[in-house]
Design a protein around this ligand. Sequence first.
Ligand SMILES: Cc1cc2nc3c(=O)[nH]c(=O)nc-3n(C[C@H](O)[C@H](O)[C@H](O)COP(=O)(O)OP(=O)(O)OC[C@H]3O[C@@H](n4cnc5c(N)ncnc54)[C@H](O)[C@@H]3O)c2cc1C
Ligand code: FES
Length: 274
Amino acid sequence: MTLPQTVRINEIFDETRTVRTFVLDAEVQKAEPGQFVMLWLPGVDEKPISIAHPAPLTLTVARVGPFSTALHECKVGDRVGWRGPYGRGFSLRKDRPALLVAGGYGAAPLYFLATYAIECSVPTTVALGARRADDLIYVDRFRSLGIELILATDDGSVGHKGYVTDAILQFLTSNPQCSNLQPALYACGPELMLVALHRLCREHGIPGQLSVERYMKCGFGICGQCALDGYLVCQDGPVFDVGQLDGLSDFGRTRRSATGRRLPIQQPVTGNQR
Ligand SMILES: Cc1cc2nc3c(=O)[nH]c(=O)nc-3n(C[C@H](O)[C@H](O)[C@H](O)COP(=O)(O)OP(=O)(O)OC[C@H]3O[C@@H](n4cnc5c(N)ncnc54)[C@H](O)[C@@H]3O)c2cc1C
Ligand code: FES
């Protein structure tokens, strides 16, 4: 196992009332979009966080519990530890347009993927979903890449009123380019959104890759904590092809707690972006 390197927090940005971005004095060599690092707060905990940008290492974190609250209390100049990168990231298909779909902080790893897709000249559309307009993150960053954006909010305060998956369905059926060549779909967000996207991909024959989360301890395949049916999410994922998720009994239904107890998957506390 690689030991964590401790580094300075160089910058902190507020994205929303509950989501903050941290720029660390570190660079991740050979990171793929969709991979994660294990972020360590000495005396608190160590948690997996997706790479939003590898150089400098940038992480976007929602405040939901003890670890993320302690991180949000950090100031510029404080030190944190990180190790990685870990996991299987997105594999960009260069033969099809890319449709990136994010809920919540899932926009951060997809921003990393969007920058890579643009570098590879892959036509890219990004769909972002949130409860309300002020819960959307990374909108200006995606706009500054010149990418077509589809926005969806539960209350209709911006973009499509309703689920992001419905907005995508409209995009797919109304866009003549999509009937000639289906895009490949890449998604990161709450699991119930991923379940809806899995169904959409299977029903419409769209190739898709979905980033799935499970509680992690080691981050590299030793402890077995992150099991998803027969897979280890930290090693076989977090990004899975839609076909790998077909028929899994845990996907969209159960996750494990820190103690390994099976818990039902409920609507996410940070927003419902199905
Ligand atoms: C591969 C991977 C990548 C991840 N990337 C990111 C990232 O880029 N940014 C980020 O903020 N988090 C990310 N996470 C989640 C993160 O690792 C922690 O779960 C999170 O920081 C919560 O830790 P905590 O101690 O603050 O809260 P916990 O005590 O673990 O959780 C508090 C409460 O919030 C719920 N909860 C936990 N996580 C979430 C969530 N993600 N959405 C909704 N409810 C939740 C729990 O069920 C619990 O009820 C990722 C997880 C994985 C597996
Ligand atoms: S987190 Fe330990 S095996 Fe995946």
